[in-house]
Design a protein around this ligand. Sequence first.
Ligand code: PRP
Length: 211
Amino acid sequence: MRPITIALTKGRLARKTLELFRSIGIDPAGADDPDTRKLIFENEELGLRFFLAKGPDVPTYVHYGAADIGIVGRDTIIEEGKKLYEVLDLGYGRCRMCVCGPESARKYLENGEMIRVATKYPNITRDYFMNKKHQTVEIIKLNGSIELAPIVGLAELIVDIVETGSTLKENGLKVLEEVLPLSARVVVNQVSMKMENERISDLIRRMKEAL
Ligand code: PRP
């Protein structure tokens, strides 16, 4: 039997998802061992394979069919813009994509000025400012610690993920506008969904029941 391959986003989402699999009697074959350097894990008995990847790579693996199923944040799915079936909201990994900055930068949103916006999510940011706000901005792509940008004067505002809000608070920044609500999602390759419909649907149904 061809295994169904599942791509998990490394880190907290993978840990939560592997717990979910365990709760429905699916042994992830060592993928939840925090000390392992192995990249791929197979439960031959159940015909399942798991691997861990960086978030933005998960939609890529699923789009090309190298993974049948992916577990990834909604932010990453939208940012990567790949054609995939999004079949289940797992409800965890809940957070918000927001426009943030110091209170003094609120004026830039009110009078639609040409400003710089730093983000890890240039596509989401472009879509929000162009299509929702009709405001022209310069987008600066960063890869982490986005909150630094307005503090050191790289950008007036940022678009970033806010979960507890403590990173913003500790750096004197605020949520100024909400862009999108986010959570972890299950995505499926479009061909796999047809070819392996029964096994994939059964797995999704069991995950859904356990939530
Ligand atoms: C994320 C995000 C914020 C922070 C939000 O960063 O980019 O910086 O978490 O969480 P909070 O609202 O609970 O404080 P992450 O820790 O993933 O690291 P990064 O800055 O390197 O992207």
